[in-house]
Design a protein around this ligand. Structure first.
Ligand code: PLP
Length: 450
């Protein structure tokens, strides 16, 4: 029987990140300022260091990973690639299933892959503090850890409903020395405005981003740090796909399809973009972003310029969006709640180079249980989206008799998400299709451009 864990030595940790912009058929749609004109890199300098801005706008194919960052990557990278023998047997599929496991990072998800270089570049630029938002808490924990490693103070605005439901994610952030506040908070103008209009607001990622950006923009010792969506974040995450390609080489296989959960796009971009490079040179590989039916950004959103946050403080980015004032339905427990999506992922989807699927909530938890019972690891609810789409394809292979090679990114473990599983066990979760009227309505709130 072929190996179960396909491992690389530390010497195989990538030395460069892969920048997909170099292989895109068209340059990325420009980022626009409030006047609708493309902004220059300086416009971002109030909240990001120049070394990160350079990466944000770069079209170089390969960008070197600093030694200090690779040193820290060694704590958990290269992450293992698993052959899911037991899942294959349980499903009775002729398909071969592989997954890359990013839950081996100290914070338990792929997000640390970008938190570490972001903290590093900010320290290099002389910054002392970082602000950020977090939804489910994975990003907040990752940046808390990375800030600790590079001696930066970290303040996290945590979406209020998660702040209340996920006390142990808060404890993790405290353990690594970060300060955590429920958002909307009375500390910022953006927070005060929301509280005045909706005192019981459960918060949203868009609101928390407004708070963190506002604070960073008004303090010179403080920068803002984002865990997904932006080009440099997707760039840092390509260590996942780059390692996976070497691991597939070791076993002489190559995926027909790659699946990844997609919220803001960093996890999907991180695993899929290095394979897109092969697609550009003629390889037939399908790349599938998987999202919830309750937050169907790529599959049902508008492809338009929109703000990255709810208060409209960020520049305008062209992306699939449900509207920057989107507040996710309370019934949704599976993460991936951001209203928009990465510009790069959006454009590649628009141009037909990558695919997207939406999966209903109950199916994602069912897939997570099937996986946990076969392979042992309890996946993060976000990861369950990719697993569900992969299992569905494996069952199609069972019907057709095809032995495709399927690969998904297991983006994190679910050890701090057991309250969501408990809601599933207690039959408190239901399927929810985001209403068409709400999507229609969002059109009227999109900023006017041109
Ligand atoms: C954040 C997160 C995702 C989604 O990543 P995006 O960059 O928002 O698409 C998926 N899985 C886990 C475990 C996460 O923490």
């Amino acid at each position: 029987m072929p190996e179960t864990k396909i491992l690389l030595p530390e010497s195989e940790i990538p030395t460069h990140w892969y920048n997909v912009v170099a292989d895109m058929p068209n340059p990325p749609a420009p980022v626009l300022g409030p006047d609708g004109k493309p902004i220059g890199p300086e416009a971002l300098a109030a909240i990001f260091p120049m070394n990160i801005i350079e990466q944000e706008v770069s079209s170089e194919r390969w960008i070197p990973i600093p030694d200090e960052v690779r040193e820290i990557y060694r704590l958990w990278r290269p992450s293992p690639l698993f052959r899911a023998h037991r899942l294959e047997q349980m499903l009775g599929t002729p398909a071969k299933i592989y997954y890359k496991y990013e839950g081996v990072s100290p914070a338990g998800s792929h997000k640390v892959n970008t938190a570490v270089p972001q903290a590093f570049y900010n320290r290099e630029a002389g910054i002392k503090r970082l602000t950020t938002e977090t939804g489910a808490g994975q990003w907040g924990s990752s940046i808390a850890l990375a800030g600790q490693m590079f001696g930066l103070e970290v303040r996290v605005y945590m979406v209020k409903v998660s702040y209340e439901q996920k006390p142990f994610r808060r404890s993790m952030m405290h353990t690594w020395g970060a300060e955590v506040l429920p958002s909307p908070s009375p500390l910022t103008e953006a927070g005060r405005q929301i509280l005045a209009a909706h005192p019981d607001s459960p918060g949203s990622l868009g609101i928390a981003i407004s708070e963190a950006v506002e604070e960073a923009a008004t303090r010179s010792d403080t920068n803002y740090s984002l865990g997904s969506v932006l080009n440099h974040v997707l760039l840092h995450q390509t260590v996942i796909g780059l390692e996976a390609k070497k691991q597939f080489e070791l076993v002489g296989d190559y995926p027909d399809m790659v699946f990844a959960p997609c919220g803001g796009g960093s996890n999907f971009g991180g695993v899929a973009f290095p394979f897109l490079a092969d697609k550009a040179s003629g390889k037939a590989v399908r790349l599938v972003a998987v999202e919830p039916t309750s937050c169907p950004t790529l599959t049902r959103g508008h492809y338009a310029y929109d703000f990255g946050d709810s208060a409209g403080l960020t520049p305008l980015m062209k992306m699939y969006t449900l509207g920057h004032d989107f507040v996710p339905p309370g019934i949704h427990a599976g993460g991936l709640r951001y209203h928009g999506d990465s510009t790069l992922v959006s454009q590649l989807y628009h141009e037909g180079l990558v695919e997207a699927q939406a999966v209903a909530q109950l199916a994602t938890f069912e897939a997570g249980l099937t996986f946990a019972r076969a392979e042992g690891i309890i996946p993060a609810p976000e990861s369950n989206h990719g697993i569900a789409a992969c299992i569905e394809e494996a069952l199609r292979c069972k019907e057709s008799g095809e032995s495709k090679t399927l690969f998904f990114n297991l983006s994190g473990h679910g050890h701090f998400d057991m309250a969501a599983y408990d809601r599933y066990f207690a039959h408190e979760l239901e399927d929810y299709d985001y209403p068409s009227e709400a999507i229609e309505e969002a059109l009227h709130h999109l900023p006017k451009v041109g």
